[in-house]
Design a protein around this ligand. Structure first.
Ligand code: THU
Length: 130
């Protein structure tokens, strides 16, 4: 597998944030994920007048992952439209864990960390009855 180009992922996340629909919070969020086949998938937040129904950038990226061929996420970077590093919220960490697993790497303020450190002791598919 290719070495992760973090600068590309970060700039793609900022580019994705330009597509955000965030008239309520004003926070434009973009996320870029490297897939195990080398693709890069993007997401942006899409808010709603019914505030609680807004979609995080990671949610729309999950749809793009599936719509563009599936696969597993191996690395993820999340940025605001201004280029500020943003951490995935708790719900989105669970979504990333589902689609990338414990070893998927995330760009964090503490450096590149695997999901097993970003979401320790995660609930996952293996906790379900077989
Ligand atoms: N947001 C994301 O897109 N991803 C996150 O992980 C955290 C929050 C969005 C949701 C909302 O549109 C805006 O940021 C402010 O909370």
């Amino acid at each position: 597998m290719k070495v992760t180009d973090w600068e590309l992922l970060r700039s793609e996340a900022v580019r994705a944030a330009k597509s955000a629909y965030a008239p309520y919070s004003g926070l434009h969020v973009g996320v870029a994920g490297l897939v195990d086949d080398g693709r890069v998938v993007l997401g942006c937040n899409v808010e709603n007048a019914s505030y609680g129904l807004g979609l995080c950038a990671e949610c729309t990226m999950a749809g793009q992952l599936r719509l563009s061929g599936g696969g597993r996420l191996v690395a993820v970077a999340c940025r605001s439209g201004d280029g500020e590093l943003l951490m995935p919220c708790g719900r989105c960490r669970q979504i990333l864990f589902e689609l990338g697993g414990a070893e998927c790497e995330v760009d964090t303020p503490r450096g590149i960390l695997p999901m097993r450190e970003v979401l320790p002791d995660a609930f996952g598919p293996e906790d379900l009855p077989s």
